[in-house]
Design a protein around this ligand. Structure first.
Ligand SMILES: [Zn+2]
Length: 363
């Protein structure tokens, strides 16, 4: 079967393909039903399939659609892994758990955020404690999310952002926009003031499936940063965390990057998934990687998010402009091209095999 066939054109098609593939392998699937409906009126769910024994003491998790619209990539990787028999001969004592569409709402509605307008990968912090302040975002919020999205308004906002990058640097601008913020619920990269449905679901799934594990590995598939088709392997650990050393040993020093030392295409972030995963399985060692597949230049990607934020706050989804904005955000997170899909699947297959081997070698 062609690699491109692992990927799907919509959330509902991806879900059907995942369930059908699991069914053909005789796998039971857990359905975590989302409270809202999708863009086609379809049911939304996070679906979870597990290979391997109930009492496995090491578990590899793979997860798609943390950032909704990025789910085309992760779903294709997961379906491809199932179809290519990647988990058919797992080492003794190991299980593989596939979490399909942890943010099904964003996947279906072509949004990066959850239905609460929250960036799931900024949502895992203590909501009773004071939130970190993103000074850059505070300074630029009028330009990041302008009230108008006319050509004139876009040009003016772009000039403000460019001036900030000129005064600081481009990574400072990227951090201001994407690092995470907790003060503007209608804005971009909002981390939320409460635990989202997707964060609770993630916690429940990991807590259940890692209950007997001494070692957990997790691959959280993302898109939108870096060169087209390249899969940067971003460590989800601080540089001095043993999880980072394990990741380097398993995946190769040349391939693993870290936002801690500036080697990553990502800016440093707050409230990320790894914090939630670690809380869900505190008894297990965690080794976690975020593969980040490049699509388009970062300014186009960020502009597509700014336009989408404007659309959902001020625009009409069912209009020519609304449809154009949706087509652009989809393109910026899912190029939908055969060469890109082939590059993604090659990288995800190899990365999953390395993670399985690394987990197997743990004492
Ligand atoms: Zn992402």
């Amino acid at each position: 079967m062609s690699v491109t066939n692992h990927f799907s054109a919509t959330y509902s098609k991806a879900r059907a393909k995942f369930l059908e593939t699991c069914g053909s392998l005789g796998l039971a699937v857990e359905h975590h039903i989302h409270p809202e409906l999708g863009r086609e009126g379809e049911e939304l769910a996070t679906d979870v399939a597990r290979f391997g024994p109930e009492d496995a003491d090491r578990v590899l998790f793979t997860m798609s659609a943390t950032h909704g619209v990025e789910g085309f990539c992760g779903s294709g990787a997961q379906i491809g892994a199932l179809r290519s028999g990647l988990y058919d001969n797992l080492p003794d004592g190991m299980a593989a758990v596939l979490i399909h569409a942890i943010n099904p709402y964003g996947f279906s509605w072509l949004r990066r955020v959850t239905h609460e307008n929250v960036d799931l990968n900024r949502n895992h912090l203590d909501h009773a404690a004071p939130y970190p302040v993103n000074q850059g975002y505070e300074h630029l919020r009028g330009a990041i999310c302008p009230q108008e999205w006319t050509a004139q308004a876009q040009t003016a906002a772009r000039a403000t952002l460019d001036a900030y990058a000129e005064e600081h640097d481009t990574m400072a601008l990227q951090g201001a926009i994407s690092g995470g913020q907790y003060s503007h619920a209608e804005g971009l990269f909002f981390g939320g003031h409460d635990t989202t449905w997707s964060a609770r679901t993630m916690h429940d799934v990991v807590a259940k499936h890692a209950a007997g594990a001494r070692h957990a590995g997790l691959i959280d598939y993302h898109t939108g940063l870096g060169p087209y088709g390249y899969g940067e392997l971003i460590s989800d650990h601080l540089l001095d965390d043993p999880g980072h050393d394990r990741l380097v040993a398993w995946l190769g020093e040349a391939d693993v990057t870290n936002t801690d030392d500036g080697s990553s295409a990502s800016a440093p972030l707050t409230g990320v998934n790894s914090l939630g995963i670690a809380r869900a399985a505190p008894h297990a060692s965690l080794t976690m990687v975020t593969p980040e597949f490049g699509t388009s230049p970062v300014d186009q990607v960020l502009d597509s998010l700014r336009a989408d934020c404007w659309l959902h706050n001020h625009g009409e989804l069912d209009s020519d402009q609304g449809r154009a904005i949706k087509a652009e955000i989809r393109r910026c997170f899912y190029p939908d091209a055969d060469d890109w899909k082939a590059m993604v699947f090659e990288r995800t297959s190899v990365t999953e095999r390395k993670m399985i081997a690394g987990l197997a070698a743990q004492a």
